[in-house]
Design a protein around this ligand. Sequence first.
Ligand code: FES
Ligand code: FE2
Length: 392
Amino acid sequence: MSMPTTHLAHGAEAQRTTPPQRDFAHTGPGTPAGRFMRTFWQPVYVARELDPGRAVLVRVMGADFTLYRGESGSWHLLGPNCAHRGTQLSTGWVEGDCLRCFYHGWKYDAAGQCVEQPAEDASFARKVHVPSYPVQEYLGLVFAYLGEGEPPPLPRYPHVEGRNGVVDAGRGVLPYNFFNQVENSVDELHVFFVHRDSQFEAAGLTGLPALEAEETEYGLRVRDIMPTGSVRVVHLIMPTILYVQVYPHDQESGWRDFLLWRVPVDDHAFQTFFLLCANVTGEAAERYLAQADRYLNFTHDPRIAELGEAVLSGQLRIEDIQDRRRIVALQDYISQKGQGVIPDREHEHLGRSDVGVILLRRIWERELLALLEGRPLKQWRIPDTLTATSGV
Ligand code: FES
Ligand SMILES: [Fe+2]
């Protein structure tokens, strides 16, 4: 599928004219947004996707890492390459909580210290190490801290931890900049326009709301005041986490709580990591779990990019797509990738319905400027009780 080169050229132009505190899109090592993102724990893997005793290469914010699980199941994260002659460490073998290099057998412990070199003098190993990073499993996701200094405590989500019901953890990969989707989180108007023919509308979410946005202790909250008087509440937990209610999968599961992290792979792609929570227990939970398509709009599915590119290139129209099961993901893909892989944010025309996007950018810009000037950043706090509402 061909790339929309006009968008890429546009993006390159934007990069030259955007002041550093407003460049949210570039997160490689040393960039302002990248340094900011690295002050937070970020999910890097779905726990059930890696067996104990296995290693894998992961790419996060333009840098590679070796994620591995010790034979006991514990998680470890090292730099990507062996300190000897640089081969990719993830191709080696896990031994206990250590990792042995594929090329000449140097062995590293979980702190990245070399502890064995089959063909060298015993005194050499202690002088050799590779970088290591804190990593923790929580709610089925694997979180890493890639920033400098002591990591902050891993943020907890008591309203997810303590719930009765089914929580699915999963991920997806999308080929455009993460901030397109972070902004989309607080662009609630899009739900009523781009998704006007989707499972949201079928579940009763219709009509144009009046929108309000306010900064909170955890990030920001957007409220949609519906024509009926009901209120839809959406939260953006800093820096990229959406907490929202999504449509019911079936009659029994009801509106589901959805928590979604966005983590750049590099500046042109990102991963979403999600927890999808359905309030079903007992036999209803069994029936819900038996339906593999319950998260089809949220999980990794190459069909979404394939169909999305076909629409963007004009080979298909969205109306031609008969299979409605992925329609929300496809509508989001087309609208967000259609902005460009890295959009030009300096030449938009924002209106009153963009209150969420405007506030999000104001917060990010303020924090990036503080970081650039060496001033303290806001300490975000997730309250024990946080409720998203459907608006129906
Ligand atoms: S490159 Fe790893 S042991 Fe030689
Ligand atoms: Fe959407």
